[in-house]
Design a protein around this ligand. Structure first.
Ligand code: GDP
Length: 182
């Protein structure tokens, strides 16, 4: 599935990770890009991104995924972060209701800065912590349905559904933007 970084690609997509602090964005990205999980929350300030090549049919797509790397705490994510982005994983933590309540705030920000065609996948992360759950699976589903988003629960820690969430976003972007012109 993953190809070498240098392999020639047919398409390059930019996508972003958004959501409150400490919901697991960095760990989702490192799982997807490098298959790593880290127990420390990373205090880095700035924007980071990672690439991964994905094969969809006979095409190679290079996904460039941007992570806020702590900026979300300062509400300093602005238009340059979203510029050119075709997709977003909007992440909340199933063990912290406040992060789910923030989803609407993130959607408002997307409406302000991002393209209206952006593919958004709502992600309820930390599904391995079911005993501390504050947000039901059904609540995630309902909100996604209401806002016309894709939805998945993931665990970056146990590598559950991480690949699926990113692939769903990337495949959808591909269908919307490239497929027609093939
Ligand atoms: P970010 O601020 O949204 O980028 O969040 P991080 O990726 O830095 O993760 C914040 C904290 O949550 C760290 O201590 C991670 O180890 C932990 N974490 C992230 N994803 C998961 C998960 O799926 N399950 C569990 N149990 N912990 C997680």
């Amino acid at each position: 599935m993953a190809n070498s970084f240098d392999e020639e690609c047919d398409y390059l997509f930019k996508a972003v990770l958004i959501g409150d602090s400490a919901v697991g964005k960095s760990n989702l990205l490192s799982r997807f890009a490098r298959d790593e999980f880290s127990l420390d929350s990373k205090p880095t300030i700035g924007v980071e991104f990672a690439y991964r090549n994905i094969r969809v049919g006979d095409k190679i797509i290079k996904a460039q995924i941007w992570d806020t790397a702590g900026q979300e705490r300062f509400r300093a994510i602005t238009s340059s972060y979203y510029r050119g982005a075709l997709g977003a994983l909007l992440v909340y933590d199933i063990t912290r209701k406040s992060t789910f309540e923030s989803v609407r705030k993130w959607l408002r920000e997307l409406r302000e800065y991002a393209s209206p065609e952006m593919v958004v996948v709502l992600v309820g992360n930390k599904s391995d912590l079911g005993q501390s759950r504050e947000v039901n699976l059904e609540d995630g589903h309902s909100l996604a349905q209401l806002e016309n988003l894709s939805f998945m629960e993931t665990s970056a820690k146990e590598n559950m559904n991480v690949e699926e969430a990113f692939l769903r976003m990337i495949t959808r972007i591909y269908e919307l933007t490239c497929h027609k012109s093939l």
